[in-house]
Design a protein around this ligand. Sequence first.
Ligand code: FE2
Length: 465
Amino acid sequence: MILRLIFPCLALLFGFCAPGLGYHNPREPLPVSRSIHWRSDDRNRGPFYGQPEQIHLSYGGDPSLQIVTWLTFDDTGESYVDYGLTKLTQRIRANVTKFVDGGAKKSIRYIHRAVMTGIKPGKAYIYRVGSEYGISNMFTFTGLKERPEGGYRYGFFGDMGNINARALGAIQKVSQDGEIDVVLHVGDFAYNMDVNDGSFGDEFMRQIEPSAAYVPYMTVPGNHEYAYNFSHYVNRFTMPNTNDNLFYSFDLGPAHFIGFSTEFYFSSVLESVQTQWNWLIQDLKKANENRKNVPWIITMGHRPMYCSTDDSDDCKFKESIIRKGLHGTHAYGLEKLFHTYGVDIGLWAHEHTYERLFPVYDRVVYNGTGNPYHNPPAMVHMLAGSAGCQEYVDHFKNPGPWSAFRSSNYGFSTMHIYNHTHIHFQQHDVSHDRVEDSIWLVKDKHEPYSKMDDHHLLKHGVYVP
Ligand SMILES: [Fe+2]
């Protein structure tokens, strides 16, 4: 009961909360007391491939909780995470689910999840995972704690594949060196995780391990996760306060993060758009009630509302579906919803570029003042989809007035949330080993945008017809 109070949706990790979606929940829980296919009176029988791999962390929704997820290709029975400060003094048994890929081979993977509890802020931990049939290397992480200079620093990006993952080495390095506290991967993994009966997904999860085994690796779904009802994405990752990783939220320090699926808007399952929409409203209401303690509201979604890329993606259209809602009815348009509830920042990807936007609402661009990022009267959008994949980078054509800075260099972004008022963004151009863009966002107040804000926006802004 105490555990449920500190982490009310811990139960979700173990698969017994009802899914809130039209999508079938494809995580298949295995009972603790299950009979294992290779276990028999024949003592010579054991699992094939019981070695744990693809170890990765995710934030448990509270700094005292660190989730670890890993994979084996056979059922190993009981599995554990062992962890501690200098010795492995704590053991938590994993929950195991069976994941059957939708490809021709119907290949099977066993996903192990455990929540390390009692994590002390700022303390360096060691841990390893596995079972009597194989244990992992020893990894380390540091309990989440505000930095000496203030706040938390996030690495964020999207659209990173197995092939041509140009920012991968830099992301691994900053993760291990303590230069970031959390990774935010805003959709599109591996290209694609389902390819070759899921072996692309395995390779992707192995290649992010040098980052994700050291800092929490937080995710939202993109269009490249679409196969088999997003089942690779749902099964391979473990986000807090959700049982399918499709939409969820968490607080860390002065920021409330909302991860959601833009992909529902491009599927035929309207129920999922509705379910997510209702959840978003409730979550945004709750976040606003708590704004005194957690002032920043930051959304993470894969496909952006605005962009300047030379392509025909949704963000290029005046009536972007993500921005304005479904064609014809304009139902479920996210821009108005986010404006109504005072969302400060939107993190996006999908375009294989970096683009920083001026504050903008309803195609009115706030670019007519000396410092538009000081108390902006509208949301700030940051696009970072140039981590690298086999589709290469995108280029720009006729950038809109919303485009404050843009680059087709491979890279990733960092966002340092110092406190209730100051955030520092940097774009890291990994090919040239330099910071190519940086900006301070300063907000003295965080609340739903007011009539005064709208007036201010119109007075100093430019409407883009
Ligand atoms: Fe995408």
